[in-house]
Design a protein around this ligand. Structure first.
Ligand code: ATP
Ligand code: MG
Length: 562
């Protein structure tokens, strides 16, 4: 490798609701999961705040029962709520800062083990994550100090990991990903290293946690009948019950009955639960899964008879009821090859290599004569195992958007409605151009509201941001035409551009997402705070200009800016 460019290291991170996984290319050029410093291949996405320190992982998860007020879990379910904050000891944390803590712990452990800094990362998210959720995921990566090469759909990542190992075949597959908090269903066509998503859908709030809740309710009710005390009303008992319910759920994936032990206010109970009863109690959840699968298959235009493989991803697919339901519906056996916990992070790592190779290629084409640029391109290629360069360099992955994109319009009668610009399930990248007209004389600016969702009624859609068209030529009568171009990038993130039709000139289109894009300074500041909380900031945290920051540190946590 060249002396000037530092060696780059790509990782793929599956940032999960309950567990996160990080993978890399090992010294043999194979993608492998990197265990954390507790030697676990998956890290619980749980954060404990104690004595001015943030601890991520197993310890935090185990202490969730005894100190629920100090523990943060299921942060991913809060992505897409830019205003959401979790208060701990009077300090407010946003979803992206909390997610950054999880990412940072993963990366730190990886760096310690590799003895090398991690530079480039692909972070995965559910296929149905909208623009806001994707932006927040990207921001979390930036705050964690990472160069985020891209955001990839979890199901596509799983398919990539699968497809690259079945290079010589053409298969149509249904990926069913049921994790801790979310359900994601994707139908795709895999043709060697060409992966095309045909349809993608999911449920934001459906995952293993809901199955845990079924058992919590069941046991709490028995406890109440027996002792007249409801363990759900005592925070410590509830947290303990939640952990035990999850253990019981896992046990029921292995054996026909299990016992759950609960204690509350000096009473105790050992409840016996049979798998059959558990399955009956979760029938509604299972039906939601089935409906989502049918819906996605319909959108893909395929029949079950055309689906070759059933790929089960996510820890919750270990429940026999899930496998049973899918095999009954499809009339097929699920593929046993795939590791439900690891395939997403593995696919993300391949995607990282694909993106870096593309960047290197583009750099070479743009600046063939520039020595610095070609060294940079070389250093990018060196991060990819040699024998994969051709395969990954030729890989094609086409995703679809899982939400319609529209614009708010006002009719002559004053009624507001959502005008669809890009319908859902459109292959990405995709761009659409549409003309707007100014509504008054000498209008210099136009404001456009961007909505996500298929409904005509704007209140049923998600307001993802605004776009200001600025600097239109002066002195024109109303009705001047402006073409606005919305383009969905490959990773499902929106970009907006505008052109004055009369002059053909590009005009400024300032797109402001409802999820804040942080400035470099803010990212750096938040990043240092995260590093400080995780106590990984030995490497020169304090500079003279950081006095205010240090003052905040002395108080333990930090206050959210603004
Ligand atoms: N043997 C098992 N039987 C039943 N459920 C299990 C088993 N093993 C793990 N789970 C459940 O799987 C869930 C975690 O799965 P996973 O790690 O895939 O989720 P995640 O990636 O964090 O979530 P998401 O993909 O929704 O963001 C938890 O709810 C856990 O209880
Ligand atoms: Mg997952």
């Amino acid at each position: 490798m060249s002396a000037q460019e530092p060696k780059r290291k790509i990782v793929g991170i599956d940032l999960g609701t309950t567990n996160s996984v990080i993978a890399h290319f090992d010294e043999y050029g194979k993608v492998d999961v990197l265990p954390n410093s507790d030697n676990e291949r998956t890290t619980p996405s749980v954060i404990l705040f104690e004595d001015g320190e943030a601890i991520v992982g197993r310890i935090a998860k185990n202490l969730a029962a005894s100190s629920p007020e100090k523990v943060v879990q299921f942060v991913k379910r809060r992505m897409g709520e830019p205003e959401w904050r979790r208060e701990i000891d009077g300090h407010a944390f946003s979803a992206e800062v909390l997610s950054a803590m999880i990412l940072k712990r993963m990366v730190n452990d990886a760096e310690t083990q590799l003895g090398q800094p991690v530079t480039d990362v692909v972070i995965t998210c559910p296929a149905y994550f909208n623009d806001l959720e994707r932006r927040q995921t990207r921001e979390a990566g930036r705050i964690a100090g990472l160069n985020v090469l891209g955001i990839l759909n979890e199901s596509t990542a799983a398919a990539l990991a699968y497809g690259l190992n079945k290079r010589d075949q053409q298969v149509k597959a249904l990926v069913f990903d049921l994790g801790g908090g979310t359900l994601d269903v994707t139908v795709l066509r895999i043709d060697g290293n060409d992966i095309r998503v045909l349809a993608s859908d999911g449920e934001r709030q459906l995952g293993g946690k809901d199955w845990d809740d079924v058992l919590v309710e069941r046991v709490a009710e028995e406890f109440y009948l027996e002792h007249g005390v409801d363990p759900r009303e005592v925070p410590e008992s509830l947290q303990d019950l939640i952990l035990r319910a999850e253990e019981a759920k896992k046990a029921l994936s292995q054996k026909p009955t299990t016992k759950v032990f609960v204690q509350c206010k000096g009473h105790s109970l050992k409840a016996t639960i049979a798998r059959e009863e558990f399955e009956k109690l979760s029938a509604k959840l299972l039906a939601r899964c089935a409906r989502c699968v049918e819906r996605t298959l319909r959108k893909s235009g395929l029949e079950w008879s055309e689906v070759d493989s059933l790929l089960l991803v996510g820890g919750s697919t270990r429940m026999p009821m899930i496998r049973g339901m899918l095999e009954r519906m499809s009339g097929k056996r699920s593929d046993q090859w795939i590791n439900p916990d690891e395939c997403v992070a593995i696919g993300a790592t391949y995607w990282g290599a694909i993106l870096l190779l593309r960047e290197a290629q583009a750099l070479k084409e743009r600046a063939a004569a520039d020595e610095g640029a070609s060294r940079l391109a070389d250093s990018m290629e060196e991060a990819v195992p040699e024998d994969l360069i051709v395969l990954l360099g030729e890989a094609e992955v086409t995703n679809v958007n899982s939400h319609s994109l529209g614009v708010l319009t006002i009719g002559k009668d004053g009624r507001r409605s959502n005008e669809c610009m890009i319908p859902e399930q459109t292959p990405l990248p995709h761009a659409v151009e549409r003309e707007f007209v100014t509504w008054k004389d000498d209008q210099r600016n136009v404001e456009i509201r961007i909505l996500e969702g298929a409904a005509r009624d704007p209140s049923a859609c998600v307001d993802i941001g605004r776009c200001w068209i600025e600097g239109l030529p002066p002195g024109r009568p109303r009705g001047a035409r402006i073409a606005v171009r919305y383009s969905y990038g490959e990773d499902g993130v929106l970009e907006v551009r505008a052109r004055d039709v009369e002059t053909g000139r590009e005009v400024t289109a300032r797109f402001q997402s409802a999820a804040a894009t942080l400035s470099e300074e803010e990212v750096a500041l938040q990043g240092r705070k995260v590093a400080h909380l995780l106590q990984t900031d030995e490497m020169g945290l304090a500079t003279d200009s950081d006095e205010q920051l240090l003052a905040e540190f002395e108080e333990g946590y930090f206050a959210e800016d603004g």
